[in-house]
Design a protein around this ligand. Structure first.
Ligand SMILES: [Zn+2]
Length: 293
């Protein structure tokens, strides 16, 4: 506490370190309502330092990108993380929960398997899914096996000019991009007490402006190295075969919201085989450095 106070005082006087200061001040302000520091792991403590973007940050983004023209559109481009930066034999399983009319399910069998076998995973929850499953969201967030990340507010591809993909309308403008990120960012922070660090858009498509905007909003774009279930449409063998393509650091994209699909069945086959090859499973957060402010 003494150290934080000193840092805060120093910050007031040294404008060069304004962003660092802001982080320290904000964590001080929010700490009284948070759970005891002693109950948190190191990773959780570092995550807690991320705070919801404020109006000043959003205004700065509006000025910076209002007239920006996108040059790229896709699932992979600089600034999108598709692998963990490591040569260790680790794999990040990531599960999207998309929400909406056809995406509101919960694959209890899958999550139960992960829990029984102590397999960590990163869960990308959409705001609509969270609103349908508030208690479940809290339970998952409280389970140290899982980390909760941002799968968007309305599940739209992030476009500054309304591009679509797979028939899904993208965001229409800069404010659309900002809203798609921060509405769910704030919801997750409110529901779980932890601000998300990673964003994955509905469809996982972006233009390069959106990738930069997300970064300015303190979220990094989580892409993928392997599509594990193709929107939960793969059969059991296809899921297994896709997962067996993993390399050290692979991020595998799967779904936890389609219990009628074959994702759980495929995973149950692939995980023991990958373990035999010497792989272990990790959450994204500990492997991705926090971005410089
Ligand atoms: Zn989705």
């Amino acid at each position: 506490m003494n150290k934080s106070t000193k840092i805060a005082t120093l910050v007031m006087t040294v404008t060069v370190f304004s962003s660092m200061i802001m982080t320290a001040c904000q964590s001080n302000q929010t700490s009284p309502t948070e759970p005891s520091e002693t109950t948190k792991t190191t990773a959780e403590t570092s995550q807690k330092d991320k705070t919801t973007p404020d109006e000043k940050q959003i205004q700065a983004i509006r000025s910076q990108f209002q007239n920006a023209t996108p040059a790229h559109w896709g699932e992979k481009m600089p600034g999108i993380i598709s692998k963990l930066p490591t040569s260790e034999k680790v794999i990040a399983l990531t599960f999207d929960a998309c929400g909406g009319k056809h995406g509101d399910g919960y694959d209890a069998e899958l999550i139960q398997y992960l829990q029984e076998n102590q397999i960590p995973a990163t869960l990308f929850l959409n705001a609509r899914w969270i609103e349908s499953h508030p208690e479940l969201t809290k339970q998952l967030a409280n389970n140290p096996l899982f980390e909760i990340e941002n799968h968007g507010s309305e599940h739209r591809p992030l476009s500054i000019n309304g591009r679509s993909v797979y028939g899904i309308q993208g965001t229409q403008n800069l404010d659309g991009i900002i809203q798609e990120i921060i509405v769910n960012h704030r919801l997750i922070e409110k529901m779980t007490g932890r601000a998300p660090r990673f964003f994955r858009a509905g469809t996982a498509y972006y233009d390069d402006i959106a990738v930069q905007v997300a970064k300015q909003l303190d979220e990094q774009i989580a892409g993928f190295h392997i599509t594990g279930d193709a929107g939960a449409t793969f059969n059991q063998v296809q899921v297994k075969n896709a997962m067996l393509q993993a390399k050290p650091g692979s991020i595998i994209l799967l779904h936890m919201n389609q219990p009628r699909g074959n994702t759980a069945e495929g995973i149950k086959e692939a995980i023991p085989l990958l373990k035999k090859q010497g792989y272990r499973f990790v959450k994204m957060d500990p492997y991705i450095p926090t971005q410089p402010s």
